[in-house]
Design a protein around this ligand. Structure first.
Ligand code: GTP
Ligand code: MG
Length: 200
């Protein structure tokens, strides 16, 4: 039986936001970043992992998170909530500048221990999902894929959708499943985060 290490959260607080990683001026600590298309549920996942209802602002309107937002956990590592990629209803220049910000973050972020890439469990991964996965692999990032909003998927469909995500994103194993709404999947994600923090 798997033994899950759920981290005890003693403190979690918002510290600072940056428009670009080159402005980063906080103490350097291990960072875990959350990435995925707009509205996929990144901010909600962070709240769920931290047992907080409103630490990170969420919204049904895509594009809520537009900065690199740093949260300090247990005074010892950061969660970074990244702006969503692939948000359709913004001018192309804005979209491209977000992509640059994210690509730059991947290359320059100090002590980036792990990226948690969220995809929508219901759909075939998008072009942007694939592009980010490739970027993560090519940059030798430690990266996991979480299929989110699993509460919206019928049990009978899970296996098929899991295989589809695995094959489109060329993963070695099936994605993890998660739902903030139904509170599913937190333990496995924490297990990986804790493992990364311990290993480094
Ligand atoms: P941006 O900041 O715009 O990039 O979005 P985000 O990825 O941070 O998404 P956010 O957490 O703000 O959630 C977007 C919407 O999806 C909100 O209306 C959430 O309530 C909803 N949502 C988030 N997680 C889940 C989930 O697990 N299941 C369901 N059904 N809805 C969810
Ligand atoms: Mg957000």
């Amino acid at each position: 039986m798997a033994i899950f290490k759920i981290m005890k959260i003693i403190s979690s607080e918002y510290v600072k936001s940056f428009t670009q990683i080159r402005h980063f001026d906080l103490p350097v600590l291990p960072a875990i970043a959350f990435i995925g298309r707009s509205n996929v549920g990144k901010s909600s996942l962070i709240n769920h992992l931290l047992n907080r209802k409103k630490l990170v602002k969420t919204s049904s309107t895509p594009g809520k998170t537009q900065l690199l937002n740093y949260f300090l956990i247990n005074q010892s590592f950061y969660f970074v909530d990244l702006p969503g990629y692939g948000f359709a209803n913004v001018p192309i220049q804005v979209k491209e500048s977000w992509q640059k910000v994210i690509a730059d973050f991947i290359v320059r972020s100090p002590e980036l221990y792990l990226t948690v890439q969220l995809v929508d469990a219901r759909h075939k991964p998008s072009k942007e999902d694939i592009a980010f996965r490739k970027m993560a692999v090519n940059s030798n990032l430690n990266s996991i894929v979480v299929a989110n909003k699993i509460d919206k998927v019928k049990k009978s469909q899970i296996q098929k959708l899991s295989k589809q995500i695995q094959s489109v994103l060329e993963l070695n194993q099936s994605p993890l499943f998660h739902s903030s709404l139904k509170k599913i999947g937190k333990e496995k994600i924490w297990n990986i985060i804790s493992g990364c923090l311990d290993k480094n």
